[in-house]
Unconditional design. Structure first.
Length: 574
């Protein structure tokens, strides 16, 4: 309920106006039978045609006004539903972006898309249907019961009993059907995740003959969706049949009571029609509620899953208030250890200091903890032991935005978006830079010719994932992002591994420019990458195996770094 209150905050005016429209539109259907009763009774009494025509005109006017109000209520409810749920999508997206990398590792993008869009769409449909159909029908239901009780208390009590029985039946059946709806939505999310993973790996699957396996997994996922959807549909049909049985019994009793009262002369023929029509009006809102039950099930399931997602808490919280100083920043790790929740230690007792303006090369085998070290410096995770300091400040005391503005990160896997060159460089305005500055940075990196050849200049839209660009151009564009931010610390994670020799030479020049006056940590898989490092850190199974000046370690044939160099040279020679 707190989520609903948050989403509806600031919309009381709209809700009030919508409530008024709903109240009037729900009451108008009761006027129609009253007008028709008058028409029937006046016709039986032999009133002139003019009188009957006036009554008929009144009926038409009431019907037109009712339709207009129904349209207004539907429009208002739908607009409110989409406004609220679009806000919810934004809330979910922002929340998902803050969750730990370990959470994203166990929940594929396809599943998260279904959670942030599919479940919210179900909620949107439910909100608009709930307001117009369920709430409106509920108001009509109550109004019908009150009017019938005023007309004849005996028939009214019968209708109250019928409505109570139907309401209890629907409520019980709805509760029993929610688990099936929840399981169906979970199966759909799994299917989306399966599709996303297979599409992302389509090239490898086709090249290595994995298509059959992918199809089998897809068929298994769709079969699960089918089985769960069938169970949910059967639960809904069962509800419908039980509810219809109650309707038939109630309608029969109501018609019998009206006929009996008419024969005794207690009511007029017009009143018989009135009671019959009110019985239909009583039945219609209950049928609406029953029909919308499937939407309610999906919405409840979606609401549960949305709350489950919002209940996931990131381990990294943005509670810091301090800022980092300008210029090159020293980096310090003091007894740092890190372990994922379900695994052993990735880093253990790492202590080191990189002075301001220093360059540290980090090498080690795959799984030694190099990438985790970078994540801790960017505060994508917090150490489980020890302290990480940048500029002499514990990173947990620094605002996340301020921290990431002062630390630049370039990896070999560049993420480019289906957006303009300008938006890709500034990450949609996260970095303030005018077009002259963007052009200057691109030209300095050797991308001037590429920039001038763009059909729409900086407004040119890049393809998703950098389609249409070479790997080298994409890598240089990533370097341009860092230049624009002017950080005090730069982390390069094998940033030149994808490049051809000519482009690599340009990257080497750009790297020299980038490192000038900044602290740098170069994570290398190829040892040639760390030739410009002042010091070398060798990690092994999350521990410091060796740390010292690069020149000294290179000269010491007994050092681990020297042996790694020898192994690397032997591999190149072969």
């Amino acid at each position: 309920m707190s989520l609903a209150r948050t989403l509806l905050a600031g919309r009381r005016g709209r809700l009030t106006l919508l409530g008024v429209i709903l109240a009037v539109s729900s009451a108008l259907p009761l006027a129609g039978p009253q007008v028709l009763r008058a028409f029937i009774d006046q016709a039986v009494a032999g009133e002139p045609i003019a009188v009957l025509a006036l009554i008929a005109g009144t009926y038409v006017a009431v019907a037109l006004v009712g339709q207009a109000l129904a349209v207004a209520a539907t429009y208002g409810a739908t607009q409110l539903a989409w406004t609220v749920t679009n806000d919810l999508r934004g809330t979910l997206l922002r929340h998902v972006m803050t969750l730990d990398l370990s959470y994203h590792g166990t929940h594929p993008p396809g599943e998260l898309i279904e959670r942030t869009d599919g479940d919210v769409t179900a909620l949107s449909t439910f909100v608009s249907s709930f307001v117009v159909r369920i709430v409106g029908s509920g108001l009509t239901l109550v109004a019908v019961l009150v009017v019938v009780l005023l007309e004849d208390w005996r028939v009214g009590l019968g209708m109250v009993g019928f409505a109570a029985l139907a309401a209890v039946t629907i409520a019980r059946q709805r509760t029993s059907a929610v688990p099936q709806a929840t399981q169906r939505r979970a199966a759909v999310a799994e299917l989306f995740g399966e599709i996303e993973e297979r599409l992302a790996g389509a090239e490898d699957l086709r090249a290595n003959g994995g298509g059959g396996h992918a199809l089998r997994r897809f068929h298994q996922a769709t079969a699960l969706v089918y089985r769960r959807a069938k169970r949910a549909a059967l639960a809904t049909k069962r509800i419908y049949l039980i509810t219809m049985a109650v309707f038939v019994a109630g309608g029969t009793l109501s018609l019998a009571a009206g006929t009996a009262l008419y024969r005794t002369g207690a009511i007029s023929l017009g009143t018989v029609y009135l009671l019959f029509r009110y019985t239909s009006l009583l039945r219609e809102p209950l049928e609406e509620i029953s029909t919308e039950l499937q939407q309610v099930q999906g919405a409840v399931a979606g609401f549960v899953r949305v709350n489950q997602l919002l209940a996931q808490r990131p381990s990294v919280t943005d509670t810091g208030e301090r800022m980092l100083p300008a210029g090159a920043l020293p980096v310090e790790l003091d007894g740092v250890g890190f372990a994922y929740r379900d695994g052993g230690p990735v880093l253990d007792g790492v202590t080191l200091r990189v002075p301001a303006g220093g360059v540290l090369g980090v090498v080690g085998r795959t799984g030694s903890g190099k990438t985790t070290l970078a994540r801790l410096l960017l505060r994508l995770a917090d150490p489980t032991d020890g302290v990480v300091r940048v500029g002499g400040v514990d990173l947990r005391e620094v605002q996340l935005a301020a921290l990431r503005a002062r630390i630049g990160f370039v990896t070999q896997d560049v993420q480019l978006f289906a957006a303009s060159v300008r938006d890709n460089l500034t990450l949609f305005g996260a970095v303030a830079a005018d077009d002259a500055r963007l052009a200057e940075v691109l030209d300095s990196l050797g991308l001037g010719g590429w920039r001038r050849d763009l059909p729409d200049g900086l407004d040119t839209t890049l393809g998703a994932g950098g389609a249409g660009m070479s790997a080298g151009q994409a890598q240089l564009l990533a370097f341009a992002r860092v230049f624009l931010r002017d950080p005090g610390v730069v982390i390069l994670d094998e940033a030149a591994s994808r490049l051809d020799p000519d482009t690599e030479a340009r990257i080497e020049r750009a790297t020299d420019m980038l490192l000038a006056g900044r602290t740098a940590i170069i994570i290398a898989h190829r040892l040639a990458t760390v030739d410009r490092a002042d010091e070398i850190l060798v990690l092994e199974k999350g521990r410091i195996a060796e740390h010292g000046a690069r020149a000294g370690l290179s000269a010491d044939q007994e050092s681990r770094y020297a042996r790694l160099l020898a192994t690397n040279l032997a591999g190149v020679a072969s």
